[in-house]
Design a protein around this ligand. Structure first.
Ligand SMILES: NC(=O)c1ccc[n+]([C@@H]2O[C@H](COP(=O)([O-])OP(=O)(O)OC[C@H]3O[C@@H](n4cnc5c(N)ncnc54)[C@H](OP(=O)(O)O)[C@@H]3O)[C@@H](O)[C@H]2O)c1
Length: 263
């Protein structure tokens, strides 16, 4: 059985570990504070390790699940114990395979980059994956299995990671904002917030299902809902007059720009 070591036990690591079958994977974690990590290990039914270097020595795949700001410090700490037999797997936004290789200060370390999203918490992450030339097919398949345990996995070119990060990593926040905005409008018009939120969330989930399962593109679905002279088209025109599409595109571009500045 292969051993996966997680450095950093925050929201993403917790979500991923929760989705993994503990019978199929040996899982180690190391955090910032060992007492806290021991508590997290007991809740997640995994093993706490006191030092990042020790975790690296005991793991086949090391998942870097810390914030991008902390990543360079952690990588310089563990660099002396990295070997070509161990694979680094980073989920940090903004760090390319080349940045990560540079930070390990070694030539031939196998490195995988994955961008999951917060829906890993409900085993519905949409994740992207890419590897460098030192990752074997066997380990790459293993890494895909880890993320397939918590959702879907898309192999994409690394040049598309920033856009993917915006579209899948950050967009849940924008979708929550959209859901909340619709629900708030419901409150304005007399529906209690909890009821309005449930109504909207169910409608958003079903509309996404419709896009995924029908052969139609979203705009043709908009046309289908918009009867001539009807209520829906009045709302569609109002959204457009307020730059709905342009505003969403600006938000995605801002996300991509910020991601590029992080590394
Ligand atoms: N959240 C998302 O939706 C999402 C989506 C895609 C990718 N990501 C990526 O996933 C990574 C983790 O994000 P997150 O949302 O899980 O962040 P998070 O909840 O803040 O988790 C980060 C964890 O790192 C720990 N940490 C800080 N310094 C450390 C150190 N020196 N050694 C070990 N652990 C340390 C923190 O511990 P303390 O709390 O004790 O400080 C915390 O548990 C980031 O790189 C992010 O870019 C996140």
């Amino acid at each position: 059985m292969k051993t996966i070591g997680f450095i950093g036990v925050g929201k993403m690591a917790t979500a991923i570990i929760s989705g993994l079958d503990k019978q199929k994977f040996d899982i180690l974690i190391s955090g910032r504070d060992f007492e806290k990590t021991k508590g997290e290990a007991s809740e997640l039914s995994v093993t706490a390790v006191n030092a990042h270097k020790e975790l690296v020595e005991k793991s086949d795949v090391i998942v870097l699940a810390i914030k991008p700001q902390v990543l360079p410090t952690i990588l310089s700490e563990i660099a002396p114990v990295l070997t070509p037999e161990k694979t680094l797997l980073s989920i940090a936004a903004g760090f390319t395979l080349s940045d990560l290789k540079h930070l390990t200060k070694a030539e031939s370390i196998p490195i995988i980059r994955v961008m999951p999203n917060i829906n890993a918490q409900i085993q519905k992450s949409t994740s992207a994956i890419v590897r460098n030339e030192y990752v074997t097919d066997d380990i790459y398949e293993f890494a895909k299995t880890i993320f397939a345990s918590v959702g879907t996995v898309h192999e994409i070119a690394e040049k598309d990671f920033s856009a993917f990060t915006a579209l899948a990593g950050s967009s849940p926040a924008y979708i929550y904002m959209f859901i909340d905005a619709l629900a708030r409008a419901g409150v304005l018009h007399g529906i209690p917030k909890a009821t309005a939120t449930k109504i909207v969330a169910e409608t958003v989930a079903a509309s996404a299902d419709m896009v995924l399962t029908s052969d139609e593109n979203p705009w043709s679905l908009v046309d289908k809902v918009s009867s001539p002279g009807g209520t829906t088209v009045a709302g569609v025109v109002s959204l457009e007059q307020n730059r709905f599409v342009g505003t969403v595109i600006d938000a995605i571009t801002a996300t991509i720009d910020k991601e590029k500045k992080l590394s």
